[in-house]
Design a protein around this ligand. Structure first.
Ligand SMILES: [Zn+2]
Length: 71
């Protein structure tokens, strides 16, 4: 388990799950975490389930709006 701030509701939770890893110019990727309730509610795709071509942006399961940035 990881204690981290849920990016959805903004509070630190004890059961945070990695849902994104934003690449940065320097240093390690910026990890994005969410709590289980938010993952369920917002249908967030776990980082472990990202496709191989994922760049680390937060993704949502089919049926929800995609947030893949093309910029
Ligand atoms: Zn949350």
């Amino acid at each position: 388990m990881t204690a981290a701030r849920c990016f959805k509701h903004g509070e630190v939770v004890q059961d945070a799950v990695a849902v994104g890893a934003i690449e940065r110019m320097t240093g390690p990727p910026f990890m994005v975490y969410a709590c289980a309730p938010c993952i369920e509610t917002h249908r967030i795709l776990l980082l472990d389930d990202h496709p191989a071509d994922s760049v680390g942006n937060v993704r949502y399961r089919r049926g929800e709006r995609e947030t893949t940035s093309t910029s």
